[in-house]
Ligand binder design. Structure first.
Ligand code: 0A1
Ligand code: ZN
Length: 882
């Protein structure tokens, strides 16, 4: 590992939390925006915080990369002896208990490539302040437990930046000399600085209105580059649906007169919930049926909802400190998942959420970056916007609902808002509201917040024919994770049913209970090992376990193949039905991987093929569910099941299964493909999306067959498609063959001006087995549509290759690792947050076979030793090398 020196970044610890020495009541900001610099004048009304232990503590404001012009305390200009600055702060030792502080700083948005703080994109101005970007705008108490009322005046050239937006309500505007104009905004709600936003530029607006349940009229505005105005309708419709849903499900209404969404092409994440002025990555706003896929339409609906829901879970009630990030993110992801379930097919949404969790979060939990949903320490908070904090956090919130029921969960939410509206609070406060509203003991449940790692739930069943009873013995273990050797038992809701020989649910009656209940029930598992006995069970049942994925755990039950086939065909729980298929598929893939490593035959088992044939033939099943059942797990997920990863064997096994199924079920796939051809124009509704998804899964199998007629199907679909879903699916099938080159060229020529469509073109090639090589990715980085400064482009090409192309990235000659190291270092100079995300490609390195392991280690060491490395990348590589 790189030597530690005095500049080694130090971790911040949850246990060191202290309240701020001062609080800010009011902040008035004036921005003077210009081409080669911008000036920020701030006026803070402060008072000493009585909750701080030291009544004479100095005032230390956060500030980074600022040029300080002046400091005034209560009207008096301070000379340099009255305050101190260093690279990250400004301190005034002698502070009165109440004060007005006026500070002027100069900043350079025009050279800010980090996309944190105030920056430029396409000539316009945008901000990103979460988590700690506000300190790059002005000196401030940049921490979420300091909530203030903001007023913002923006001054800028009228022609260059005609639209000037900030949080809250617009209260005034006017013109000035030198062709400049000003606009003033007042946000009536107290907020932490991370929710501040400003936008200035040439933008066009889609406007609409919404009337809330209590009759408040809200103006809705989506602001985009003029050329994109025809791609905002779906986002607007999604926003209105979200507003209605939150009123109906949680009784939560919007609270300002205007709700604005701005889309920007340069953005580090998906979107940001700034009060009244959300800023979005264009990817999660812009959609037209010919430019965006069904997956994009779904993603937009979910992210629009997510940011809107943050207005209550995040903004009205915010986090005390960044360790509590999951308080707002886990809860808001849970809320957007529930919304999506209500808008489309609930089982399909659930299965997709579980796939994401297993593919990405389980991997994170098993690697060097494993952390609990409430981490105990961090070096760079931007590295903790993780699938653990978000997706596992959402699973933890879901478990409250599973344990308490929907009504109980709602009671807990109501109490949470009643107690904490306008406050900055902790995950413990949320748990207390759930416990108190339901008089339910959630003390053991707290371990979900503090223990990292994915628990394994081992279940064994014992049928006693004489007693007509069935006993399930449930034991739990959780593997060690960095810094956490021993784990204590968790409180796990285990939802289950028992299936009779025909696959129907048996009535459930636990020993000691008076009557049997039909369907699913939830057991509360709390011990390291415990037993549950069901009585009046007439036959040996097949247990249907962890229904609807009732807890984020790995389940271990010794199902026979026949039992899995029964569940696949009959389980009343769609998740368990899908899961049984996945279990069988994984078993067979594992066999194939071992065969590939040993150089053996890669054939498919008959019972697996016939179970899949039955799924394809089942007309009663939702086509979207059939599509999911036929979708193979990602290469990376397969890698995570291995004790030692051999990327080539994994690829060979996965392709053998795909080709084997395509050959065995050729006529079934053809029939499904023909049956589901669209009649008429594109529509985005659950049924049409489901049909397209199955049709395109069928095409993806058929395109594996090296037969001209099958490629012709893909070519025809590509030529005729009126929508991007079908167009992209056809191209994906084609790119693995030489015939794909012409289609790729045609696609690029057609969509050269559409940045988001070109992202698809980059990704398709980065993950293709034929084209996804280091040399090809390097060549594509020279394409005029690529830019190392644009996160969407970097993610689409480099990110996709490093994270999703297992065999390409892990090329045996180590070229993938050298390429990764070079690119991480190049991106780190521009945008550390992006570079750190790329560096996550090394997280599995200890599990690779020895040759590749050595190559990865030396690439990691080269990055770690690089002078001037950011804190962001340092944290990832140093934790990898520990
Ligand atoms: N709070 C946002 C996510 C977000 C986080 C950080 C960002 O920049 C560093 C941007 C957005 C959300 O959950 O949507
Ligand atoms: Zn969020």
């Amino acid at each position: 590992m790189a030597k530690l020196d005095v500049n080694t970044p130090q971790p911040i610890q949850l246990k060191d939390y202290t309240p701020p020495a001062f609080l800010i009541d009011k902040v008035d900001l004036t921005f003077d925006l210009d081409e080669d610099h911008s000036r920020v004048s701030s006026r803070l009304v402060l008072h000493r915080n009585p909750d701080h232990p030291d009544a004479r503590a100095p005032l230390t404001l956060d500030g980074k990369e600022l040029t300080l012009e002046s400091v005034k305390l209560d009207g008096e200009i301070l000379d340099g002896s009255r305050y101190q600055t260093d690279a990250e702060s400004l301190t005034i030792a002698a502070m009165p208990d109440n004060a007005i502080l006026e500070i002027v700083t100069v900043i350079h948005p025009e050279t800010n490539t980090s996309l944190n703080g105030l920056y430029r994109s396409g000539g316009n101005f945008y901000t990103q302040c979460e988590a700690e970007g506000f300190r790059k705008i002005t000196y401030y108490l940049d921490r979420p437990d300091v909530m203030a009322r903001f007023t913002t005046t923006i001054v800028a050239d009228k022609n260059k930046w005609p639209v000037l937006l900030s949080n809250g309500n617009r209260v005034g505007e006017g013109t000035l000399d030198r062709n400049r104009h000003w606009v003033k905004w007042v946000d009536p709600f107290k907020k932490p600085a991370y929710l501040f936003a400003l936008v200035g530029g040439k933008l066009s607006r889609l406007a609409d209105r919404y009337t809330t349940s209590s009759g408040r009229e809200v103006a809705l505005e989506i602001w985009v580059e003029p050329a994109d105005l025809d791609k905002c309708d779906h986002a607007m419709a999604s926003l209105k649906k979200s507003m209605l849903w939150d009123e109906q499900r949680f009784g939560l209404e919007y609270d300002l007169d205007t709700y604005m969404i701005v889309a920007v092409g340069d953005f580090n994440m998906g979107a940001m919930e700034n009060k009244g002025l959300n800023i979005f990555n264009t990817k999660y706003v812009l959609a037209r049926s010919d430019t965006a896929t069904d997956v994009d339409f779904d993603g937009i609906e979910a992210v629009i909802a997510h940011e809107y829901f943050h207005n209550w879970t995040g903004n009205r009630v915010t986090c005390r400190d960044w360790f509590q990030l999951s308080l707002k993110e886990g809860l808001t992801v849970f809320r957007d998942q529930e919304f999506s379930a209500d808008m489309g097919s609930a089982p399909v949404q659930r299965i997709e959420a579980v796939r994401t969790l297993r593919t990405h979060q389980f991997a994170e939990d098993a690697g060097p970056m494993a952390h609990p949903i409430r981490p105990e320490s961090y070096i760079e908070i931007n590295n903790f916007y993780t699938v653990t904090v978000y997706e596992k956090g959402a699973e933890v919130v879901r478990m409250y609902q599973t344990l308490l029921g929907r009504d109980g969960f709602r009671r807990g939410m109501d109490l949470y808002f009643k107690r904490h509206d306008g406050q900055a609070v902790t995950c413990d406060d949320f748990r207390a509201a759930m416990a108190d509203a339901n008089d339910y003991d959630l003390n053991q449940f707290a371990r979900w917040y503090s223990q990292a790692g994915t628990p394994t739930l081992s279940v064994r069943g014992q049928y006693d024919a004489a007693a007509a009873s069935y006993t399930l013995t449930v034991s739990q273990t959780c593997p060690a994770t960095p810094g956490q050797g021993e784990k204590l038992p968790m409180h796990i809701p285990l939802a289950l049913g028992l299936l009779g020989p025909d696959g129907a649910d048996l009535p459930l009656q636990l020993a000691g209970e008076q009557e049997a209940l039909a369907g699913t029930r939830v057991l509360s598992v709390q011990e390291a090992s415990q037993s549950f006995t069901f009585i009046n069970v007439p036959v040996a049942p097949v247990p249907s376990l962890l229904r609807n994925f009732s807890a984020p755990v790995k389940l271990d039950f010794p199902y026979s193949r026949a039992q899995l086939a029964l569940q696949m065909a009959h389980d009343s729980d769609a998740f368990c039905r899908w899961e049984a298929g996945q279990t069988m598929m994984l078993q067979d893939l594992q066999t194939l991987i071992e065969a590939a490593r040993a150089g053996g035959e890669l054939g498919l088992k008959d019972d697996f093929v016939s179970a899949m044939r039955q799924v394809l033939a089942d007309d009663a099943l939702d086509p979207a569910l059939v599509a999911l059942m036929l979708t193979l797990p990602a290469e990376t997920y397969l890698a995570d099941q291995q004790s030692e990863i051999d990327p080539d064997a994994i690829r060979a096994a996965r392709e053998a299964m795909k080709l084997g199924l395509a050959r065995a079920l050729r006529s079934e796939f053809k029939a499904v493909y023909s049956r589901l051809q669209d009649q008429g124009a594109y529509r985005f509704d659950a049924q049409s999306v489901a049909r397209r998804s199955l049709k395109n899964v069928a095409l993806s199998y058929l395109a594996e067959l090296d037969e001209p007629a099958m490629l012709e199907l893909a070519e025809q679909q590509f030529a005729r498609a009126d929508n991007m879903t079908d167009s992209q699916a056809a191209l994906t099938g084609l790119v693995n063959w030489a015939e794909g080159d012409a289609a790729l060229a045609g696609f690029a020529a057609k969509w050269a001006e559409e940045a988001l469509v070109m992202d698809k073109w980059f990704t398709l090639q980065a993950i293709s087995r034929r084209l996804g090589t280091v040399a090809k990715v390097k060549a594509l980085m020279q394409h005029p549509a690529f830019a190392l400064t644009n996160p969407n482009k970097v993610r689409a090409l480099v990110g996709a290759f490093l994270h999703s192309n297992l065999a390409g990235f892990h090329a045996a000659d180590g070229s993938g690792y050298e390429f990764a190291a070079d690119t991480i270092l190049a991106v780190d100079k521009l945008n550390p947050q992006m570079a750190a995300r790329l560096a996550g490609c090394f997280n599995r390195w200890k599990k690779l076979e020895p040759g590749r392991r050595a190559g990865m280690r030396s690439a990691l060491e080269r990055v770690a030793a690089h002078a001037g490395l950011s804190r962001d990348v340092y944290e990832i590589v140093s934790k990898n090398l520990q």
